[in-house]
Design a protein around this ligand. Sequence first.
Ligand SMILES: NC(=O)c1ccc[n+]([C@@H]2O[C@H](COP(=O)([O-])OP(=O)(O)OC[C@H]3O[C@@H](n4cnc5c(N)ncnc54)[C@H](OP(=O)(O)O)[C@@H]3O)[C@@H](O)[C@H]2O)c1
Length: 395
Amino acid sequence: MSAAEKAARPFDLVVYGATGFTGGLVADYLMRTMPEGGSWALAGRSREKLDAVAARLAEARPDAPAPGIVLADTENPASLEAMARQTRVVLTTVGPYLEYGEPLVAACVAAGTDYVDLTGEPEFVDRMYLEYHEAAVASGARLVHACGFDSIPHDLGVYYTMKQVPEGVPVAVYGAVHSNAQFSGGTFHSAIGQFARLREAGATARERRKQEGRPEGRRVKAAPTKPHHDATLNRWLVPLPTIDPQIVLRSAAALESYGPDFSYAHYASVGSPVTATVGMVGVGAIAAGSRVPFLRSQMLKRIDRGQGPSESRRARSSFTVTFVAIAGGRKIITRVSGGDPGYTETSMMIAESAMCLAFDDLPPLAGQLTTARAMGDALLERVERGGLTFEVLSA
Ligand SMILES: NC(=O)c1ccc[n+]([C@@H]2O[C@H](COP(=O)([O-])OP(=O)(O)OC[C@H]3O[C@@H](n4cnc5c(N)ncnc54)[C@H](OP(=O)(O)O)[C@@H]3O)[C@@H](O)[C@H]2O)c1
């Protein structure tokens, strides 16, 4: 795919899933922030629902240019490929990604189109690496998963922290996440789907490790974790097995600037040992229940897809991720913070990621990439302008 051919496409970016809860927030954000001359489109499988989103946007911003409309259904691969060939970047909020994601990745790889998503599903990311990384390198497509709360604050938070530590020395970093937010139906369904497939996810991860190998001449590893009281932060820390530490370690493996010997550990930060215990027991019970088909269907009935926290609930939500880096005899503490992590900030982060790929001057890379590797400083500046705070608390 030549650069001229790609530049001639009608859209800079397309929002696939614009009729969903998060996709609707992404569309609102782009309507406010798309640069002059930028062209974009709302995409989904229902013309009627897409027209309703377009009408809502036009009412809120009658002065802004209207986005285009593209019909594409995950069940119809030709419609996905036609969509991928009309744009330079596809932003997708159609999840759970393990259920719906692969045909779109395949279409973007075939069309040499850049791709961003909101997955927090490690098995999906590993499967896409195994199936499409090499083909994406060949076609020039950048596949950047986890462009929401999973995992931008963590990936760019560690990237920012590494700018504060002395160069060329071993570094041990741990991150501690705290939030008071609520999740949507789509996120709940994705989480239950993942819990039900932990065995398959483990096998795919092992296969990936075999194929990907390790960085040459440098050590990058996950540090062992256990629940404990952390004297530096004066908080109880509980191991948090999300996709975030995997993404951080992938960035560390790809970026020499993370030094000769890098380790990372990831935790939830809570105020008391009772909260820590209740949280671990609750998540353990949901994970165990997800593997029993009857219990799984009962849990999924409790929250419908398409629903999420109200605007007033989101306005009361916030998050912090605090990082402690121990390097060269120093302890450096940094923090990333923002408002409602799952939706308000997530829609900003994925929209900024898509605009970053579409409009910024970035390293000439292709294949599956993390946000820090693909976009680094350019995305850091964008999400800071979008409202996240990155700060050094102690150096
Ligand atoms: N990692 C994070 O930080 C984070 C944060 C927020 C959300 N998420 C993830 O984002 C995803 C979306 O969440 P949500 O709450 O926005 O979900 P949602 O409201 O249920 O929206 C899902 C979207 O997918 C579309 N869709 C479903 N099946 C389709 C198909 N066959 N073809 C085309 N489109 C189809 C739906 O279209 P219709 O309207 O036509 O049904 C809708 O637009 C979930 O996987 C969630 O886990 C992740």
